[in-house]
Write a protein that binds this ligand. Structure first.
Ligand code: A3P
Length: 287
């Protein structure tokens, strides 16, 4: 793939790379003025941090664990990405759950959120696992440029030269503004360690009363294996033009610490030497 092809895949907005054909400068300008309703719930993350997992959990929490009421809706229909132009084609009937997803940086979100309209659930993940997950994602999500190898991708990630830009800027900006908006910050690792406690936290934040049986149901349907097998959550119905299903699965491994099997010792040391300094004052530690 040559440089021309690379440029066709991305464009820049505020110095950050976005995917051509999925969004545009005009659309990203439009997002800022989006009229947020008091009941809207935004799921926000840096890509590959467990966004779809959170879409499943939160949509089930909002539906009081009523699996039947959401089973015919894909995750995209339940919690569309405001970042993409497709968002504006959502039918107005999308009123059952008012769930919206975004990978946008804090500076680019609807300004109404900063006036405490709506709620935000931010999910963060160990950047090393994000890198590995994203590296694989690049090989089958057809809108992204396939990196030459893991080393090249690692360097691009550290430079913030990947779609949605720098991981550290993303998490820092959202985290440091968490008092400005109505926000719950959770990590992939904590949900993985204790999903019941994670759902409890989310339920409380959203002001929902759910009994233990309902929480059991949400746990069951949010399990990795379940989401991997369920057509509403596994993205297998998306065309090969978008996801090359022969080259990867959206629910790939779903574990904590997969980086240990992918980083060489030298790559890990190099990454640590940069990130330990870059994130030294950040209160949430991932490893
Ligand atoms: P891996 O590639 O490490 O397996 P996102 O939804 O933000 O794109 O994140 C995708 C990552 O979340 C993938 O990680 C995917 O497997 C993982 N994931 C998706 N559903 C999950 C689940 N139910 N439990 C645990 N991890 C899940």
């Amino acid at each position: 793939m040559d440089n021309t092809e690379k440029q066709e895949k991305y464009f820049e907005y505020n110095g950050i790379k976005f995917i051509t054909n999925m969004t545009s400068v005009e659309h990203l300008d439009w997002v800022k003025d989006y009229k947020v309703h008091q009941d809207d719930v935004f799921i926000v993350s840096y890509p590959k941090s467990g966004t779809t997992w959170m879409q499943q959990i939160v949509s089930l929490v909002l539906a009081d664990g009523d699996v039947d009421s959401v089973k015919n809706e894909s995750l995209y229909q339940r919690a569309p990405w405001i970042d993409f132009q497709l968002f504006r084609q959502q039918p107005d009937s999308r009123t059952k759950l008012v769930l919206i997803t975004s990978h946008l940086n804090y500076q680019m979100i609807p300004t109404a959120l900063k006036k405490k309209m709506g709620k935000v659930i931010y999910i963060a993940r160990n950047p090393k696992d994000v890198i590995v997950s994203s590296y694989h994602f690049h090989s089958y999500f057809q809108r992204l440029k396939v990196p030459k190898d893991f080393q090249e991708f690692l360097e691009l990630f550290v430079e913030g030269d990947v779609f949605y830009g720098s991981w550290s800027d993303h998490i820092r900006d959202w985290y440091s503004n968490k008092e400005e908006i109505s926000m719950l910050f959770v990590t992939y690792e904590e949900i993985h360690r204790d999903i019941r406690a994670g759902i409890e936290k989310i339920r409380k934040f959203l002001g929902k009363e759910l009994d233990g049986k309902i929480i059991d149901t949400i746990i069951k349907y949010s399990k990795f294996e379940n989401m991997r097998a369920d057509p509403a959550t596994n993205f297998l119905s998306l065309s090969k033009d978008l996801l090359d299903h022969d080259r990867g699965k959206f629910q790939r491994k779903g574990i904590v610490g997969d980086w240990k099997y992918n980083f060489l010792v030298a790559q890990n040391e190099w990454f640590d030497s940069i990130y330990q300094e870059r994130m030294a004052d950040f209160p949430v530690k991932f490893y």
